[in-house]
Design a protein around this ligand. Structure first.
Ligand SMILES: Nc1nc2c(c(=O)[nH]1)N[C@H]1C(S)=C(S)[C@@H](COP(=O)(O)O)O[C@H]1N2
Ligand SMILES: [Mo]
Length: 258
């Protein structure tokens, strides 16, 4: 008489899911957090569920675990695809080597613009003038490896909130990289205390393979969101998926919270 029972496992699961969905929806409608678009793909609905669950159930800016010096591991240099074979990739670009040899003094700088009160371009020296943060964290790559490294840089919130000034409509931050890798994060992650514009790694200047002169460290998400060779940051009110250079059109989730 299995099917005759009212409380079958499946019914319980369905009831549980409906109740959880109802609760989530109730909480969601009371927040001002908006869902990113689903890109018209049914599989992408899962991304939104992860995003919604993280944003609702986790305290907004809880800190990720930080490690000790002795935990630092060897950090492989990885590349996503054959972009790094292109002659203009920073790894093959003598310009980058020349800049590095000169402490990036001639580097054109990091432009910060969009929905900010005082858009401007920062030289590396100017970024280093902000009060810095050093943290030892685990990087988790979607390809199955993880490594612990020490990162030094300026917390992104200092640049955005203290210096350029966010306008009230500011909701997302898009990063443009010299190797045509673009992607965005939401304001909660952008202003997270451990989200850095990093210029140092393991006590030295960041190397070109690891993203010199400046890379993002967004510790609350998978490694591919920690963009290297960042040369432009744009604050927007709408999500920009980075188009062909972005993760979504290359088959990955926009939100990769861990
Ligand atoms: N600009 C840029 N940033 C990038 C990538 C890239 O190819 N280009 N790869 C991402 C991926 S998938 C990972 S795992 C990390 C790797 O960082 P690493 O090279 O310092 O190990 O950088 C991320 N940031
Ligand atoms: Mo990765």
């Amino acid at each position: 008489m299995k099917n005759g029972r009212l409380f079958t496992r499946r019914n319980l699961l369905l009831a549980g899911a409906a109740a959880a969905g109802g609760l989530l929806w109730g909480r969601w409608s009371n927040t001002n957090v908006e869902l990113p678009p689903t890109y018209g793909h049914i599989l992408r609905m899962g991304d939104n569920l992860t995003y919604a669950a993280h944003r609702l159930l986790l305290p907004g800016q809880s800190m990720v675990r930080e490690y000790r010096r002795c935990d630092i591991s060897s950090f492989p240099v990885i590349f996503l695809d054959d972009r790094f074979l292109k002659p203009d990739h920073p790894m093959n670009n003598n310009q980058f080597r020349a800049w590095q040899a000169n402490g990036f003094a001639d580097w054109p700088g990091l432009r910060v613009e969009g929905l900010v009160a005082r858009p401007r371009t920062y030289s590396l020296a100017e970024l280093k003038r902000f009060r810095s943060r050093t943290q030892i964290t685990r990087h988790t790559c979607e390809e199955g490896w993880s490594a612990i490294g020490e990162w030094t840089g300026v917390p992104l919130w200092r640049v955005l909130e203290e210096d350029v000034g966010l306008l009230p409509e500011a909701r997302y931050v898009t990063f443009y990289c010299t190797d045509d890798y673009d992607d965005s994060i939401d304001m909660l992650d952008a202003l997270h205390p451990q989200t850095l514009l990093a210029y140092g790694m393991n006590g030295r200047d960041l190397s070109v393979p690891h993203g010199a002169p400046v890379r993002l460290r967004v510790e609350t998400q998978m490694g591919y969101k920690s963009m290297k060779y960042v040369d432009r940051i744009e604050v927007t009110s709408e999500l920009d998926d980075g188009g062909e250079n972005g993760n979504i059109q290359n088959g990955w989730s926009w939100y990769a919270g861990i």
